[in-house]
Design a protein around this ligand. Structure first.
Ligand code: NAD
Length: 436
């Protein structure tokens, strides 16, 4: 099939590349000229494990192309995916300006029956709005289908190639048939394509993200309670996670969730609910808990240094909002860095993939280091913000020799308490005993 993907960010580039990988001819469109130029020159624009190889192969074999020109990009396409941003507006609702602008532009450009697919995370009713806007300029028939994306950054290619499920919202038999055909290679192992109406599909995406965010915030509250009552969250986690109704995943406490999806999607769902006079109480609590949790270790840091961080150097390990991505949107690390700087500390950072993006945002207020050890050299403490695998088993002997004092504030519970005790570290983590 010939496919166009409008918006070539984290979702668009993975979507386009993976559809090309299954033999389709894909053109990705983006308004960011620099991004498109890079991609046309064979340079990948995001870090996502496994993506580069697929990107290079499909580019070389002529199944993947990039353009800034919408008309050129959709020429001959049977399916047009919208993988555009839906950032939070001032009131917390998803801002649809990018989607609706492209919908306006698409109408007059359609030459034949086309299926237009919302892949962005959009509030209930967006498919209707897109249909209305396209219809204004269109002279041919078209369908609008909702196909929310569930990929996780860091394992996006795997998630896209072997999805747990594909959700497709459409009431059109024609649209359904085209989508079924397109996704067949991705569900060969028997995972389902779940068809439903558009509104339910739109809500499914928000329900999934809000549920996962709730699971995280719930476990973070249990961890906080553990600290107050002298329980150990690792034991509690294992004790509850083995219940098959609860499951082991998404139960690890830490300094909160971040990223481009959970924060904005929980907020948008809360706003959509209040727009229809539904008071979604749990979501408010989830947002409150996460707002506090992100910087939960900062009072500990201040207390440790007798409320005086002036002249202290903190090595921050991890900047991206989670491991295996260079995405720093809403990353808890950034909130903590701000507070450390505000308190007068010097901050040295290391992240395997996120440093370039942080440099663009934060600039020279912090020092960027090539390795975690370089960041630790001469520092008064290490602060762990992201659970990159390379931080899990550092050379503690080397680390101890580089640090001014053996102190770790661990926002991701990477180390065994017994190991920290043995090594003589002061060790603060989440929901567990403090090691002095
Ligand atoms: P992104 O910001 O990485 O990419 C969006 C791209 O759209 C950018 O490259 C931007 O330049 C481009 N764009 C903006 N206006 C355009 C226009 N008029 N024409 C062409 N291109 C235009 O965003 P993303 O992370 O890929 O997210 C896209 C959507 O997918 C959002 O709704 C998001 O909530 C959803 N989503 C994201 C993830 C994720 O993990 N990132 C997962 C599932 C769903």
């Amino acid at each position: 099939m010939k496919i166009a993907v409008v918006g070539t960010g984290y979702v668009g580039l993975v979507t386009g590349t993976c559809f090309a990988e299954t033999g389709n001819t894909v053109t990705c469109v983006d308004i960011d000229q620099e991004k498109v130029k890079k991609l046309q020159n064979g340079k990948i624009t995001i870090y996502e494990p496994g993506l580069e190889q697929l990107f290079e192969r499909n580019l070389k074999q002529g199944r993947l192309a990039f353009t800034t020109n919408l008309k050129e990009g959709i020429e001959g396409a049977q399916i047009i995916f919208l993988a555009l941003p839906t950032p939070p507006g001032e009131d917390g609702s998803a801002d649809l300006k990018y989607i609706l602008k492209v919908a306006d532009d698409l109408g007059p450009l359609l030459k034949d029956f086309t299926v237009i697919v919302d892949k962005s995370t959009v509030p209930v009713g967006t498919a209707d709005k897109v249909r209305e806007r396209v219809a204004k300029g269109a002279k041919v028939e078209f369908d609008v289908v909702s196909n929310p994306e569930f990929l996780r950054e860091g394992v996006a290619v795997e998630d896209f190639m072997k999805p747990d499920r594909v959700v497709i919202g459409t009431n059109s038999a024609r649209g359904r048939k085209v989508m079924e055909q397109l996704y067949q290679p991705f569900v060969r192992q028997g995972n389902p394509i779940i068809f439903m109406d558009e509104r339910s599909a739109e809500l499914t995406k928000y329900a999934a993200n809000a549920f996962l965010a709730t699971k995280i915030s719930f476990m973070n509250e249990i961890a906080n309670l553990c600290e107050s009552v002298g329980a150990d969250v690792d034991s509690v986690r294992k004790g509850v996670g083995t219940d098959s109704r609860i499951g082991k995943r998404f139960l690890f406490p830490g300094i909160g969730y971040g990223g481009s999806c959970f924060p904005k999607d929980v907020q948008a769902l809360a706003k959509s609910s209040s727009d229809v006079q539904y008071d979604f109480k749990i979501l408010k609590a989830v947002m409150d808990v996460n707002a506090d949790q992100k910087t939960r270790l900062i009072p500990r840091v201040k207390e440790y240094f007798n409320n005086n961080l002036k002249g202290k150097t903190i090595a921050v390990w991890g900047l991206s909002f989670k491991p295996h991505t260079d995405d720093i949107r809403e990353a808890p690390a950034l909130y903590n860095i701000d507070l450390l700087l505000e308190a007068g500390a010097t901050v040295k950072v290391h992240d395997p993939e996120g440093m370039e993006n942080v440099k663009k945002l934060v600039g020279s207020k912090i020092q960027y280091c090539e390795t975690p050890y370089e960041a630790a050299e001469g520092a008064d403490a290490v602060f762990i913000a992201t659970e990159w695998p390379e931080f899990r088993t550092p050379d503690f002997e080397k680390l101890s020799s580089l640090l001014k004092a053996k102190v770790i504030f661990d926002g991701r519970n990477l180390y065994d308490l017994s190991v920290m005790k043995e090594l003589g570290y002061a060790y603060y983590s989440i929901g567990r005993e403090v090691v002095h």
